[in-house]
Design a protein around this ligand. Structure first.
Ligand SMILES: NC(=O)c1ccc[n+]([C@@H]2O[C@H](COP(=O)([O-])OP(=O)(O)OC[C@H]3O[C@@H](n4cnc5c(N)ncnc54)[C@H](OP(=O)(O)O)[C@@H]3O)[C@@H](O)[C@H]2O)c1
Length: 283
């Protein structure tokens, strides 16, 4: 299942997240995921696993041009206006000439958005990244970023799962024909409560699927949305990939949309921007 950008890139809408996977575990998960059929891998400088992710990709034996690889630039390098140099270091670690997508991992507070995004544009014009985008931007920051560069922003990556309303930013992404990549798409697995939710379990039971499969299917049945669940185990990787060839009904989708919580956001570090949704105090 591919998302076609207006700049003719094809982005697989199910990918592998790699946060908290390091060293041999990361290389194993990446190679195993690719063997299973995943063609989209998400890493970041902050995950300290780019070398291992690159190794896993090479171990898989699948040609580089059949894979979609994303990395993200951490805020310290954005602040120092070193984004292109930082991306060159990522490419060295990954042992690649180019990534498919480079994202600014978080907006830097107290730095104009246009100064952040113009550096990102240089990643594309230098040929080090095929596509560029941002992550963890709020609605206002995204609109500022879109206005600040002539280079197309192809993607935004944000937290998204049935507990979190992301409607405002999703609508903007669709309006600008951007891919919206859902991070923590299954609500962080056992670290969250989503997979234990009675509504999710009920839909899973009706459809003869697992809670994770139902949640991932919910993502992919939404326009412009991709999902990048992380897993370290072969069983989970297989389960999470087995979400094609069947559909949730409109009623199932509605049940999952009905699970939104006003404080549904799970990733909310000190440096977060002022979120549009999902934090109770802001509601
Ligand atoms: N841009 C950002 O700031 C940002 C922030 C957060 C995340 N991300 C990206 O998004 C990716 C995914 O988010 P995430 O890692 O936070 O959370 P997630 O993918 O929602 O959940 C991962 C957790 O779910 C478990 N899991 C996976 N498949 C399962 C299954 N079928 N059954 C039961 N448990 C399962 C995993 O454990 P096992 O390993 O045991 O399977 C892991 O503990 C990250 O890895 C990262 O690439 C980006």
């Amino acid at each position: 299942m591919l998302y076609h950008t207006t700049d003719h890139a094809k982005i697989p809408r199910l990918g592998l997240g790699t946060w908290e996977l390091r060293g041999d575990d990361a290389a194993y998960a990446v190679a195993k995921a690719i063997e299973i059929g995943y063609r989209h891998i998400d890493t970041a400088q902050a995950y300290e696993n780019e070398e291992a992710v690159g190794r896993g990709i090479r171990d898989s034996g699948v040609p580089r041009d059949e894979l979609f690889v994303t990395t993200k630039i951490w805020t310290d390098r954005i602040e120092k206006e070193e984004v292109v140099g930082a991306l060159a270091e990522s490419l060295d670690k990954l042992q690649m000439d180019q990534v498919d997508l480079t994202l600014l991992h978080w907006p830097v507070n107290d730095m104009p958005i246009d100064a952040q995004v113009s550096q990102l544009a240089a990643c594309k014009t230098s040929g080090k990244s095929k596509l560029i985008g941002v992550s963890n931007y709020n609605q206002e920051q995204l609109l500022t970023a879109l206005a600040a560069t002539d280079e197309r922003l192809s993607a935004i990556q944000c937290e998204y799962h049935p507990f979190l309303d992301q409607d405002p930013i999703l609508k903007t992404a669709r309006g600008f024909d951007m891919l919206f990549t859902s991070y923590s798409p299954i609500g962080r697995g056992a670290k969250g409560e989503l997979m234990e939710n009675a509504g999710v379990k009920r839909v899973a039971e009706y459809r003869g699927k697992t809670p994770t499969q139902v949640i991932l299917r919910w993502h992919l049945q939404q326009a412009n949305v991709a999902a990048i669940p992380k897993s370290s185990s072969e069983d989970h990787l297989r389960e999470n990939f087995d979400i094609f060839g069947w559909d949730l009904t409109a009623t199932d989708m509605k049940t999952l949309y009905g699970l939104i919580k006003p404080d549904g956001r799970m990733i909310n570090p000190d440096w977060s921007p002022k979120w549009d949704t999902g934090v109770a105090e802001a509601a």
